[in-house]
Design a protein around this ligand. Structure first.
Ligand SMILES: *[C@@H]1O[C@H](CO)[C@@H](O)[C@H](O)[C@H]1NC(C)=O
Ligand SMILES: *[C@@H]1O[C@H](CO)[C@@H](O)[C@H](O)[C@H]1NC(C)=O
Ligand SMILES: *[C@@H]1O[C@H](CO)[C@@H](O)[C@H](O)[C@H]1NC(C)=O
Ligand SMILES: *[C@@H]1O[C@H](CO)[C@@H](O)[C@H](O)[C@H]1NC(C)=O
Length: 295
């Protein structure tokens, strides 16, 4: 009695127990659904999608018959496997195989997916740590994982990181679905701009300011020094009032003076001579530029 019962129970289980296998496929891809064909004489075969006929074959048919549920279907007449190609999300559904009018134990849940685009990483940092958040487009069947170049590996979209001494970590987010994946990375150096570098920038600009100040000083000093000698000559040897310098002037030191005051602009020169301060400013600028060019 109990033996019969358990046999019955077993039979019941084996009949009602049916596997639904998830099948993920890339859009435009193809897939072969290999059903579980019982060991019987096959007289009729039918594949269905959500209970609608997709393909069937009956004893005596030369070829299978396809139904317009799908464009590209192929029934293998040796294995009764169904191949679907150029898959689109509209192909999603549950595919089942009937042999001799009886549904077989194994069916398939087809899910057609797009390939994932590269994810975005947003950062939220303080001085010593960051929360890195990975964000990809689309939420269906997607998952996130993080790795770094030191072997760390974590699931989830948020990674908490601490600043390290070397600042040489690279954190990579892997955004994936069952048929594709894509990554984005962020370097630790970008997360924690080194304080030393800031210091160097500050020191550098301070140094630069000192250098410029020194250059201005030198420029003024040089100008004043050079200015004194030709001025004296000018007063002695030339008619006041801004006469064009003649060849004679060039011979006695006017040449040197021209480096500071372009002789092509005698009017400006005159005006500047009346405003000594402005003049020295222009000259010191020239001096800085010369120094920069040499440096
Ligand atoms: C990753 O995503 C980017 C941007 O969406 C894309 O240009 C690139 O081809 C993708 N890479 C792979 C391997 O799919
Ligand atoms: C990171 O997130 C945690 C909460 O999960 C928060 O307590 C912490 O302050 C965050 N850190 C930063 C640097 O924003
Ligand atoms: C990633 O960032 C780009 C540019 O800011 C934006 O256009 C895109 O929508 C973002 N993608 C996601 C999934 O947030
Ligand atoms: C990204 O994740 C997918 C799915 O887990 C995996 O197959 C792939 O190898 C990963 N890629 C990288 C570069 O870690």
């Amino acid at each position: 009695m109990s033996f019969t019962l358990s046999v019955l129970l077993l039979q019941l289980l084996s009949v009602t127990h049916s596997d639904v296998i998830q099948k993920y496929t890339l859009r435009s891809g193809s897939i072969e659904l290999i059903g579980q064909v019982p060991n019987v004489l096959v007289e009729s075969v039918m594949w269905t999608r959500n209970k609608d006929k997709v393909a069937d074959w009956d004893k005596g048919d030369m070829t299978p018959t396809y139904y317009p549920t799908l464009d590209k279907t192929e029934l293998n007449m040796d294995t009764w496997a169904l191949t679907l190609s150029d898959l689109q999300p509209t192909c999603n559904g549950q595919y089942a195989l009937q042999i001799n009018g009886i549904e077989t134990a194994k069916s398939f849940q087809l899910i057609v997916l797009e390939s994932v685009p590269g994810p975005n990483i947003s950062t939220n940092c303080d001085q010593r740590s960051c929360n890195l958040t990975c964000q990809g487009a689309g939420i269906d069947h997607t998952e996130y994982s993080w790795t770094d170049n030191q072997g760390r590996n974590e699931r989830g979209s948020v990674l908490k990181v601490e600043k390290t001494k070397g600042l040489d970590r690279v954190y990579t987010c892997n955004f994936s679905n069952p048929v594709s994946w894509n990554t984005s990375s962020v370097r630790e150096r970008e997360l924690f701009p080194p304080e030393d570098a800031n210091l160097y920038i500050i020191l550098g600009s301070m140094g630069g300011a000192v250098l410029i100040a020194a250059a201005i000083g030198i420029g003024i000093a040089v100008y004043i020094k050079k200015r004194k000698v030709p001025d004296g000559e000018e007063q002695g040897g030339q008619v006041p009032g801004g006469k064009e310098p003649g060849p004679a002037d060039e011979a006695n030191g006017e040449d040197e003076n021209r480096r500071f005051l372009p002789s092509q602009q005698p009017l400006q020169q005159q005006a500047l001579q009346q405003q000594g301060i402005q003049m020295s400013r222009i000259e010191s600028t020239d001096a800085v530029c010369e120094m920069n060019a040499m440096a």
